[in-house]
Write a protein of this length. Structure first.
Length: 166
């Protein structure tokens, strides 16, 4: 199963549209995980209509409409891998310990908020932040992630840099 991870799309405040490379990957993915800060419901509707399966949460910039449609924390088991999704995890210092304590039943935690890609482990928990496809902040590129899950294993985690917007 091939998954696409994204977060912090911030439409239409940070960009007018999602990057073409991200949308192409959405079309090819078996499931899409979005870790919050959609900002507009149209992005949720777009990804929902193009995804085979969409798993998402709301973020701190998401208003009542999105909060009414999405949970704060989502959980899904995909090919034997237990995923948890949340927008915020707090400061980078101590993140692994806090998340391992908060999500003891997850194999992978997908999170957002910082717009900074992250890939670490805390015991058996893998923490992944795909960055943002629309707002790179202090990073060299806007990004998203893909990975494969099969037989209870996570493989081929790839960070995809996106070309600069014109």
């Amino acid at each position: 199963m091939w998954l696409l991870l994204t977060s912090d799309t911030h439409l239409p405040t940070r960009a007018k549209a999602l990057p073409d490379a991200l949308l192409a990957a959405v079309d090819d993915a078996d499931a899409v995980i979005h870790a919050g800060d959609w900002v507009d419901e149209a992005t949720l509707d777009l990804l929902g209509s193009r995804s085979r399966r969409l798993i998402g949460v709301y973020g701190n910039n998401d208003g009542p409409g999105l909060r009414g449609r999405l949970p704060e924390v989502a959980r899904a088991e995909l090919e034997g891998v237990r995923f948890a999704v949340v927008h915020e995890t707090g400061a980078a210092t101590g993140r692994e310990r806090r998340c391992a304590e908060r999500f003891p039943d997850a194999d992978v935690l997908v999170f957002g908020h910082s717009h900074i890609p992250w890939d670490t482990t805390a015991g058996s928990l893998r923490l992944l932040n795909p960055g943002s496809p629309t707002d790179r902040r202090r990073q060299p590129y806007c990004t998203f992630m893909t990975l494969t899950v099969a037989d209870g294993q996570v493989r081929d985690v790839t960070l995809h840099p996106l070309p600069p917007r014109r």
